[in-house]
Design a protein around this ligand. Structure first.
Ligand code: HEC
Length: 192
């Protein structure tokens, strides 16, 4: 098992450098990727796992996307580093910033609720479709604008070709000025 030998060598190496032993269990190869490598499977090309505790992160914004594909509702969350930079308008975002995007199939409210609302055009997040992740590490991901990408469907990473598309589309047009990030922080009610 060449893999196992490589991993144990890697872990010994990390331990010698006094890096936490826990990191060995997650096969982390770069300290900044710790937070995003907590799941057992990681994305092709970028090696990013589902970040631990990401559901507790704060909201950047929501999105409603229709075509192509099914009608989807999305929530974009950020870890504390990302949220601070997004709110302050800091570009580029600092290393260690992580953004996640959860997409659900938009499903109509149950019929009774539609009747209560008086019209059938209210939607809720239904079936989970995909979880997408962007991790900022300007050294490790230098060739893709400093961002590593990951997409999970049913908890499993999608294929390599999908992951090749991520940086290409995120580098489109005006997005480069926004450090490859499309979403802007949703307006704050308290300030309006
Ligand atoms: C065809 C263009 C396109 C491709 C390909 C694409 N994205 Fe995006 N991405 C977007 C757009 C547009 C948004 C803004 C929100 C939305 O519409 O979903 C976005 C938003 C995001 C966000 C929230 C932060 C932001 O930039 O707004 C993450 C995280 C993300 N994408 C990850 C990925 C990953 C991972 C992949 C590859 C598996 C990927 N994206 C592929 C267009 C793309």
């Amino acid at each position: 098992m060449r893999h196992a030998r490589w991993r144990s060598f890697r872990c010994r190496d990390l331990l010698v450098r006094a890096v936490a032993a826990a990191a060995c269990l997650t096969y982390v190869t770069h300290p900044l990727a710790d937070e995003a490598s907590s799941s057992t499977s990681t994305s092709p090309i970028f090696g990013i796992g589902i970040p631990e505790g990401y559901r507790e992160w704060q909201l950047v914004a929501v999105a409603h996307v229709t075509e192509p594909g099914p009608d989807r509702l999305k929530a974009i969350l950020g870890n504390p580093l990302a949220i601070k930079a997004m709110r302050e308008g800091t570009r580029p975002l600092p290393d260690g910033a992580i953004l996640t995007k959860m997409a659900w199939r938009a499903e109509q409210h149950p019929e009774e609720l539609n009747r209560t609302l008086g019209e059938p055009r209210a939607y809720l997040p239904g079936e989970p479709l995909a979880l997408q992740i962007m991790v900022k590490d300007s050294i490790r991901y230098a060739s893709t604008g400093g961002w590593g990408y990951a997409e999970f469907v049913n908890g499993q990473p999608t294929g390599e070709s999908r992951h090749r598309e991520c940086p290409a589309c995120h580098a489109a047009g005006a997005t480069i000025r926004q450090d490859f990030v499309f979403t802007k922080t949703a307006a704050n009610f308290a300030e309006r």
